[in-house]
Design a protein around this ligand. Structure first.
Ligand SMILES: [Mg+2]
Length: 284
């Protein structure tokens, strides 16, 4: 049986440059992978609206995983038949892994009102206000605000109060994820579980075994990297490689961001077949 490689990639700091969000140094390798019909699947904290725009910019028509593993979007018709356990939304088959954002907003409102003056919630911000807290442009801030599965909050009180808040929200069933600037209130999802689900869909639909190759730069990629058959850590200009625990093949890039992304996938999938004997590529 042939094995089909599937690439699952983080976006910010991995395929997109940490500072200017450019992916230009990876274009050549992206084109070569598309030529070989190897799917490149974004697995990101970004929202649907942000990702739809990026998919168009890069020219991807593959499924993508959004909001840190909360949801998988598969363009309708990408597979011959609709995968089990998905719903249809607009142009996509959608697999959800947690309650929607309204659930978390309601929980904050009804069961955590004691903390209401300790943070600023995304849902109360305008795009202009979000621009002031981030480096996002007005257009990108507008897309970032439209979240479907989690509520990011900007903490304004002290650390001990924050710990109390996290504990309280955990007791209500929320999963609290600390991002660079924002604390995310959402469900128990991770990039690894969503990757595994989608990889199984590929295996079923193509009647083949699959090899998951995951790329990421940060701690929120660890679950995905540890679940993957090949874990590729992309070097970050802002922190050292997070520790991951896996018995599978691992690689660490020499270059930062998209240049490191291209460097590793070039070596793994595109160099002469004698150097990558474990892969047999099957044309779809
Ligand atoms: Mg990242």
């Amino acid at each position: 049986m042939t094995t089909r490689p599937l690439i699952f990639t983080d976006m910010d700091g991995t395929l997109l440059d940490h500072y200017d969000y450019s992916f230009s140094s990876a274009i050549g390798v992206i084109e070569a992978l598309v030529e070989k019909q190897i799917p490149i699947i974004a697995n990101t904290s970004k929202t649907f609206a942000e990702m739809e725009k990026i998919q168009q910019t890069i020219g991807f028509n593959s499924p993508f995983i959004s909001e840190n593993g909360a949801v998988v979007y598969i363009p309708i018709g990408y597979f011959d038949t609709q995968p089990a356990d998905t719903i249809t939304q607009g142009y996509y088959w959608v697999k959800e892994f947690c309650e929607p954002r309204e659930h978390w907003l309601q929980l904050l409102d009804s069961k955590a009102s004691d903390f209401a003056s300790d943070y600023i919630g995304f849902s109360t911000l305008t795009a202009e206000e979000l621009c002031e807290f981030t480096d996002l442009s007005a257009e990108k801030a507008t897309l970032a605000l439209v979240r479907h599965y989690s509520e990011p909050v900007l903490w304004t009180a002290d650390e001990s109060r924050k710990r109390a808040f996290i504990e309280h929200m955990n007791s209500l069933g929320a999963n609290m994820l600390q991002g660079g600037r924002f604390l995310h209130v959402g469900g128990h999802t991770d990039k690894g579980r969503a990757m595994d689900w989608l990889a199984q869909v590929y295996a079923d639909k193509y009647q083949t075994s699959v090899q998951t190759i995951a790329l990421g730069d940060s701690g929120n990629d660890s679950a995905m990297l540890e679940a993957a058959d090949v874990a590729i850590q992309i070097k970050s200009p802002t922190h050292t490689f997070p520790k991951i625990i896996t018995d599978n093949k691992t690689m660490q890039s020499k270059h930062y961001g998209p240049k490191g992304w291209a460097e590793c996938l070039q070596a793994l999938l595109l160099e002469s077949s004698t150097s990558t004997p474990s892969f047999t590529l099957e044309e779809a």
